[in-house]
Design a protein around this ligand. Sequence first.
Ligand code: SAM
Length: 199
Amino acid sequence: MPCAQEISDYRNDEVLAMCRAGDWCGVVEYLCKGEHKPLLLWPRPTINAIEFIEKHLKRNNINRLLSLGCGTGLLEWIIQCAVKELNVIGVEVDEEWWSSVYAPPVFHPLNYPNDSAVTESLLNESTALLFCYFNCEPAWMEYLAKFKGSLIIVCGPVLGSGTHSNPQPFQSLTEEWTVVDGIKIGNTHDSIAIYARIK
Ligand SMILES: C[S@@+](CC[C@H](N)C(=O)[O-])C[C@H]1O[C@@H](n2cnc3c(N)ncnc32)[C@H](O)[C@@H]1O
C-alpha cells in the first residue's frame, strides 16, 4: 500500500491538468525536467524518443500497439496523442487493485490479459508489442509465444544502470527476434530497443 507522500506524488495535479488539455508535449517536458516520479512513469521519454517509436511503427505499417504492463498508462497516453491513427491498448494485471482507492490515476484505459482486445491483438499481424519497464520473464515469454506480429519495442534501463527490467532493452528475447535499432533516451539511463521477427 503506498504511503501518503507517494499518493500525493502521483496524484499530480499539474500532469492531470495537462492531460485533460491534451498537452502531451507539456507532459513530456514535465517528465524530462521535473523530479523523477516512477509511480507515474518509470522512463522519462523525450520528444525524440516518441518520434523514434513513431518512425518504426509507421515504417512497419503497425496500426495497433499492445503495451504489456502499462502501469498508469501515461506513456501509452502520450503515444496515443502523438500518433493519432494508432490504436494503443494498455494491459495490466489485478483489476481489483487498479480499481481501488490506492491505485494511482490512470491516463489511458486499462485492459487485462483475458480481455478480447488483448487476445485478439496478439493474433493480429499489424500489432506491435511494447514492454516498458516490464519485470516478469515468464509473462513476457507467454505473450511472445502467442504473438503473431513482427515488431517488439522494449524500453527500460540499460545494463549497469543500477535499475532492472525484464526484458531489458537489447537483451536476447527468443530465437524468433533480433534487435534492429535502438536509441538512448535523453540523458537518462534508459533506452528503447526495436526488435524484428526473423522466423
Ligand atoms: C515496473 S511496472 C512498469 C509500469 C509502466 N510501464 C512504467 O514504465 O511506468 C511493471 C508493470 O507490469 C505489470 N505486470 C506484471 N505482470 C504482468 C502481466 N502478466 N501482464 C500485464 N502486466 C503485468 C505490473 O503490474 C506493473 O504495473
